[in-house]
Design a binder for this molecule. Structure first.
Ligand code: BJW
Ligand code: ZN
Length: 270
């Protein structure tokens, strides 16, 4: 029978101090204190749409203008937000590990780029990133941080200023490929789409070899990311969860620190 996870910072610090290969799996909760809404629960709506309903290839096929408005808004928010104390604590701990010859990786489900901007270097972005686009025709990938990404999207997408009477943006005015002028879409892994195999393989390797896993600000409902921390616990290695929720996701985890991770994580990582 497994014990309930504990919330003992001293005990956690003993474990992390000895760990040689550490993986931190992050989700939307890590960026919540930067002002980026989470997906599920309060904040998970964009206008009247559930964010998770717009993050699908079917939604893009049916209404590319609507999905682009959503992602244009998300890009503008992410580009204007700053990394918070949780992102910074992870970046600082990675640096410490490098100095001590230990390995520290962030595997993130987030697409906001805030880990990188906080100074983390060992990052795997499981679900893509907002600053890239991919052509629907020739598959060319571009980094594009233009604001707005195209003229037709200027001033669109902000739910606070939603004007539902505005005409739908015509297809030929949506963002285009720099190579073939085809329609581009956000470089984001949507539901039902495969993750980048290189990113997935590297993530699995890390999950299968780490001796400590931190799981931070994720509801752990989206696969394959949702199985990573349980895989570590199955191997008998410690997992430490940091979440606003009081209740641990899995009783097989060793530690559970409830509260905003902008506070709990810096305290735990010292
Ligand atoms: C705080 C906090 C604070 C708040 N401090 N904490 C069975 C097995 C395998 C796969 C499947 C399966 N059944 C279905 C599937 C397919 C599907 C899936 O998993 N569906 C589930 C919903 C069941 N998976 C896929 O389609 C994936 N592809 C795939 O598996 O390919 C093969 C395949 C295809 C089809 C069938 C079977 C196999 C692709 C998944 C792509 C996910 N994409 C999204 C959108 C794109 C990103 C974007 O636009 O930004 O990624 S969905 C959305 O959810 C987003 C997130 O990255 C992801 C995870 O959400 P996250 O990060 O956990 O956020 P929330 O909001 O859910 O939770 C926030 C948490 O933070 C909460 O717990 C709060 O309490 C906490 N919190 N503030 C600490 N301050
Ligand atoms: Zn193209």
């Amino acid at each position: 029978m497994s014990k309930r996870p504990i919330s003992d910072y001293n005990e956690f610090q003993k474990i992390i101090g000895q760990a040689q290969n550490i993986v931190a799996l992050t989700g939307a909760g890590v960026s919540a204190e930067s002002g980026i809404p989470v997906f599920r629960g309060a904040g998970g709506l964009w206008r009247t749409h559930r964010a998770t309903d717009l993050a699908t290839p079917t939604a893009f096929k049916a209404n590319p203008a609507l999905v682009w408005e959503f992602y244009h808004y998300r890009r503008e928010v992410a580009f204007s937000c700053q990394p918070n104390n949780a992102h910074k604590a992870l970046a600082k701990y990675e640096k410490l590990c490098k100095e001590q010859g230990r390995q520290f990786w962030v595997i993130t489900q987030n697409v906001d780029g805030l880990h990188k901007r906080a100074g983390s270097e060992n990052i795997l972005e499981l679900h893509g990133c907002l600053e890239k686009v991919i052509c629907t025709k020739c598959r060319h990938i571009d980094v594009n941080r233009e604001s707005p990404i195209c003229e037709a999207l200027r001033g669109r997408g902000d739910p606070a200023k939603a004007d539902e009477t505005l005409p739908i943006i015509p297809l030929n005015e949506l963002p285009k490929c720099s190579k073939c002028k085809g329609l581009v879409r956000p470089y984001i892994v949507w539901f039902g789409e495969n993750l980048d195999p290189d990113v997935l393989d590297k993530s699995r390797d890390l999950v299968e070899t780490c001796d400590l896993c931190l799981v931070i600000g994720t509801s752990s409902v989206v696969y394959p990311a949702a199985m990573f921390a349980p895989m570590v616990a199955e191997r008998g290695k410690p997992v430490a969860e940091f979440n606003l929720n009081e209740d641990p996701f899995d009783d097989g985890f060793c530690f559970h620190f409830s509260g905003p991770c902008g506070t709990t994580l810096p305290k735990a990582l010292g």
